[in-house]
Design a protein around this ligand. Structure first.
Ligand SMILES: [Zn+2]
Length: 325
C-alpha cells in the first residue's frame, strides 16, 4: 500500500514541508570495492562529518531545507552517516534504495538474484529500514548505462519501478551521456507509475534540447542536475536549455541540482587520481553553486523569482507527493 508521507533519514515529512530542495546531491560515494584500495587516503569519518555539517549550514544560508542524496546502495551509501548529519545540521536528508548501472555497480549478488526478491528488498528498505538501522529510504534510485539498457539494468530498473509503484516513493534516475531516458520512462510507466513519479537524471549531459523536451512531453521530470560539472557540459548550455523548457511550457518538469559530493570514498578513477584533484579541476562543482552563480544569471536572463520557486520548491514537492496516498 502506498505511503502517506515522505520518508526522511530522521522521520517523515509532508510534501509542503520540503521547502527549497536539492534533488540530486551526495554526501559520501565510493565505487564498489573502494575500501579495498590500500593506497587511497583513509576515510576520516569525523573530518567528513565536520565538512558535511559546514556544507549543510552553507546551504541553509541559501534557504535549502531538503537535501536528497540518491546514492545507490552499492556505491558507498551510508544511511547512518546521513541520519547523524541530518541531526547535527538540521538539514532534512532523504536517502534511496536501488542499485547502480552495470558498468560501475554490477554486484554478483544482484546479478544472480531473482527480480521478485530484489523488489522485496527495495520495499523492505522503504517500509522497514535499511539493514537493522531503522533508517528508511525515501526514494528509489535507478540507473542505466550509455545508449543501451543491459539485461542487468533492465532487471534492476524494473524492480525499482515495482517498489515505487507499491510504496509511492519517487524514482530518481542516473543516465549516462543523456541517453536511455525514454527507456527509463517506458519501464517505470510500464510498471504502473505515473511519469511524474520519475526524474530522468543527468539529462543536462547534452546540448540536445529536443531530447530534453521529449522527456518532458511524456510527463517525466527532467533533471538539470549536474550544474558545475563543466567536464560534461558548460552551465551556459544548461541555463539556455532550461529557459527553452520554460518557453516550451515545461517549467513544471524542470529540476535543478549539482550531483556534488562532500567526500569521495577511495579514489575517483578514471576522472582524477584524488578527490582533491577533481575538485580543483571542477571549481564550480559545489553544492552552493546554483545559489551563488546560476540563479543570478537566470534572473538576468528573465527567469522570475516565482519560476525559480517552482523549480526549487514546488516541483520537488510534486515529485515526492505524486505516488503518495
Ligand atoms: Zn549522483
Amino acid at each position: 500500500m502506498p505511503l502517506s508521507k515522505i520518508q526522511t533519514t530522521t522521520g517523515t515529512a509532508e510534501p509542503g514541508q520540503l521547502g527549497r530542495t536539492l534533488i540530486h546531491e551526495h554526501v559520501l560515494i565510493g565505487y564498489p570495492g573502494w575500501e579495498l584500495d590500500a593506497r587511497a587516503p583513509k576515510f576520516k569519518r569525523n573530518d567528513a562529518m565536520i565538512r558535511a555539517v559546514d556544507q549543510m549550514h552553507e546551504l541553509q544560508s541559501h534557504g535549502v531545507e531538503t537535501f536528497v542524496d540518491p546514492c545507490p546502495m552499492d556505491f558507498g551509501r551510508d544511511p547512518v552517516f546521513l541520519a547523524e548529519l541530518s541531526q547535527k545540521s538540521g538539514m532534512r536528508i532523504i536517502c534511496t534504495t536501488g542499485a547502480y548501472f552495470e558498468a560501475e555497480g554490477n554486484t554478483y549478488t544482484f546479478r544472480h538474484m531473482p527480480m521478485e526478491e530484489l523488489v522485496e528488498i527495495y520495499i523492505q528498505e522503504i517500509e522497514q529500514g535499511i539493514n537493522d538501522t531503522g533508517i528508511k529510504a525515501g526514494a528509489v534510485k535507478i540507473a542505466t548505462g550509455a545508449h543501451k539498457v543491459s539485461d542487468y539494468e533492465r532487471k534492476l530498473v524494473t524492480a525499482g519501478a515495482r517498489a515505487a509503484k507499491a510504496t509511492g516513493v519517487p524514482v530518481i534516475s542516473h543516465t549516462q551521456e543523456a541517453t536511455c531516458g525514454h527507456d527509463q520512462i517506458d519501464i517505470v510507466t510500464g510498471e504502473g507509475c505515473p511519469p511524474e513519479q520519475l526524474v530522468v537524471g543527468h539529462s543536462d549531459g547534452t546540448t540536445d534540447f529536443d531530447y530534453q523536451k521529449s522527456l518532458a512531453d511524456r510527463g517525466a521530470f527532467v533533471g538539470f542536475d549536474r550544474f558545475g560539472i563543466s567536464l560534461f557540459q558548460p552551465d551556459e548550455v544548461r541555463i539556455a536549455n532550461i529557459i527553452k523548457m520554460i518557453e516550451a511550457g515545461h517549467l513544471e518538469r524542470v529540476l535543478m541540482s549539482h550531483d556534488s559530493i562532500v567526500c569521495w570514498l577511495g579514489r575517483p578513477f578514471p576522472y582524477a587520481s584524488s578527490f582533491e584533484a577533481m575538485l580543483e579541476m571542477l571549481p564550480n562543482w559545489r553544492s552552493n553553486h546554483i545559489f551563488k552563480e546560476i540563479l543570478p544569471k537566470m534572473r538576468a536572463a528573465g527567469v522570475s523569482d516565482e519560476q525559480i520557486q517552482t523549480i526549487l520548491v514546488k516541483n520537488p514537492a510534486r515529485l515526492f507527493s505524486r505516488g503518495l496516498q
